[in-house]
Write a protein that binds this ligand. Structure first.
Ligand code: SF4
Length: 340
């Protein structure tokens, strides 16, 4: 059966036509799906009973509750959602005062094979539809507390850009949550085709997984570097205007002996100097059989202070949900014990 979650209002017009509902019912359907978060057609009480029965015969709303959940001592929650095409993905809700950020997944597994990431070890098993992506928000128990969405869960968003853009457009639609693009951040390791299109078609924030300023060292951890080097994509990013609505950030997981030396910091300053951007320093989380290890807190602070001294806005990102394997690089739908 066809799924309605993920369809635009224009596409819902065709659905309405096919089941014999008047054209204006498309607006009502869109409101039920995207504003009221309806799970069943029976909730759509301003549609005729006959129309609802016809919808049930041919369509599904497309909502699926999480299969399981884990809750961290720091308030972070992690959910396992089923994916319609097969497989499961993890979604993380991170409360912080009035802010509620959801980290969504966009693929089952991932093709990028980044060496520091548990998802990268799973291999690729499929793309999520826009409906699968939105279900992680609409079926989240904390749905009413969501203020921001980051595409930093499982999968590479630029490798599934059609569905990622569609999901963001539905969040921003006046018949959806009417969000500003400022509330949405899309991350990437740097895929040329997807990033070029994203830069031209989206006003959402962009977060680039940098992690090392030297191309050969970065390539040893992020294979995508070989196809499109950071020197080329940073040159491209410098041609765009980041001073207004859209924000550019670089994610930098600090790993002992790999990217924490004065030479790395100098090269970061050279690469990013003069750019309107921010650097988020992330604590490294150990995963089994990984050569990457965390640095002491004083090293994180030293890197932050050096970058800041050179005019690069830099923050140390709080690590959330480590005890439930919900922190950066730890998402995996395979059962795995954290390394202590
Ligand atoms: S870090 Fe992101 S792009 Fe790299 S393997 Fe993990 S999920 Fe994929």
């Amino acid at each position: 059966m066809e799924i309605l979650l993920g369809k635009t209002k224009e596409e819902l017009r065709e659905v309405a036509r096919q089941v014999g509902l008047p054209a204006f019912a498309a607006g009502q359907l869109a409101q039920w799906l995207y504003q009221h978060g309806a799970s069943h057609f029976d909730e759509m009480t301003n549609l005729s009973k006959k129309g609802r029965e016809a919808l049930k015969a041919h369509y599904e709303v497309g909502r699926s509750a999480p299969l399981s959940s884990q809750h961290s001592v720091d308030g972070t929650s992690k959910y396992l959602f089923p994916v319609r095409g097969g497989g499961q993905v993890e979604t993380v809700f991170i409360p912080d005062g009035d802010r509620g950020t959801v980290c969504v997944s966009c693929q089952v597994g991932c093709k990028m094979h980044c060496a520091f990431c548990m998802t990268g070890r799973q291999g690729f098993h499929g793309h999520l539809t826009a409906g699968d992506i939105l279900n992680q928000l609409y079926s989240l128990p904390e749905r009413d507390r969501i203020t921001n969405v980051v595409f930093m869960g499982q999968g590479e968003p630029m490798d599934n850009l059609d569905n990622v853009l569609r999901a963001t457009q539905l969040l921003m639609a006046d018949y959806g949550w009417a969000w500003s693009p400022k509330r949405i951040t899309v991350s990437t390791v740097g895929l040329q085709k997807g990033m070029l299109r994203f830069l031209d078609e989206s006003q959402c924030h962009l977060a680039v997984s940098l992690h090392n300023p030297f191309p050969d060292e970065r390539a040893s951890m992020i294979p995508a570097e070989i196809a499109w080097s950071l020197t080329d994509f940073i040159a491209l990013l410098k041609r765009y205007d980041w001073t207004h609505q859209r924000r550019l950030s670089f994610e930098y997981t600090v790993m002992q002996g790999f990217n924490d030396s004065p030479a790395h910091v100098r090269e970061l300053c050279r690469l990013l100097g003069g750019m309107e951007c921010r650097v988020n320093l992330i604590r490294c989380h150990e995963i089994p059989d990984s050569p990457y290890h965390p640095v002491p807190e004083r090293t994180m602070e030293w890197i932050r202070d050096e970058l800041t001294r050179h005019g690069i806005t830099t923050t140390i990102r709080a690590s959330r949900g480590q005890d439930i394997l919900a922190a950066c690089g730890l998402l995996s739908t395979k059962e795995t014990e954290p390394v202590r």
